[in-house]
Design a protein around this ligand. Sequence first.
Ligand code: ACO
Length: 340
Amino acid sequence: MTESAGTGMGLRGSTITGIGRYLPRRIMTNHEIEKMVDTSDEWIVTRTGIRERRIAAPEEASSDLAYAASQEALAGAGITPAQLDLIIVGTATPDMLFPATACILQDRLGAKQAGAFDLSAACSSWVYAVAVAHGYIAAGLAKTVLVAGAETLSKFTNWKDRDTCVLFGDSAGAVVMQACEPGSGFLSFYLGADGAGGSLIAIPAGGSRIPASFESIERNQHFMQMNGREVYKFAVRCIPKAIEEAVQRAHLTIDDVDVFIPHQANIRIIDAAAGRLGQPREKFFINVERYGNTSSASVPVALYEAVEGGRVKPGDVVVLVAFGGGLTWGSCALRWTKPS
Ligand code: ACO
């Protein structure tokens, strides 16, 4: 198991100056899934808290979702795409193996001055990407970075597998990050990984280990496979630890935190984490009932809605925390600076 060492917050601070979100139009309810596999609305709500999720249109790829979210983030920051130095897309469901989804987005935005690459850390991708963007800004390598989390998990879901198909959804979130005084904006980061748990959630085929073949398709190896029970246990252990690390590295106490924005995978995981931390559930922003688990899009979409709904106000201390395949996890503390 490896964990990033130190806070490494650098000389300059970084903060979010624009935020956007995109939700595909199509809503799929639990009742619709009842007609596809042997499940029930009651089972799904009780075990996960999910009531509905968004599903991308057949012609929509992850870069399309990222593009819409990014346009809103750029408008919020009051900048043009030409001002971007760097674009990072966190995604587990890229448009294709290469070119990177970030390059497709860069072209579509017309962000001609920007470098562009994808970051792959499953559901933790966006939090990892924000940490990388902070590093670029703190080191003086970039002034303005667009960080999107975009997923079309529905296209990698086996809709005949009730263990997984009830859990996931599609969406995108994006932020513009720019320099600020240290002590404002992002206050700490904590990233971790445990590759030994890699097989617990995976899309086994389509890469160099199991290249695409008729056989791999017959075996459903291009779809997501998951050991839900083990991932659940990992998540319940991981979230409190990741939150505590982010808080400690920001030289704060847990009671200083106004709002927690956790990865929206399962309401029971969030409840268990709140219980372990001895924090009231009301401090945790939750929207899993409407979107399910949207992987790397989940935290930025939740942050967007928390800001839009007035749950996160300027000056608030917010902790973002994600976990996912890899296994990976990441957290950060920030003082919200953007007026809502
Ligand atoms: N409908 C009805 N029954 C079901 C369904 C379903 N959709 N899915 C499973 N079951 C059954 C199982 O077959 C099992 O039956 P059995 O007892 O006869 O064997 C029973 O329900 C209980 O199964 P469990 O796995 O014990 O159910 P659990 O309470 O653990 O809930 C769940 C399952 C919701 C998947 C939970 O384990 C979970 O949320 N895990 C974490 C998943 C997660 O967060 N994944 C995302 C990781 S992030 C990323 O990188 C994408």
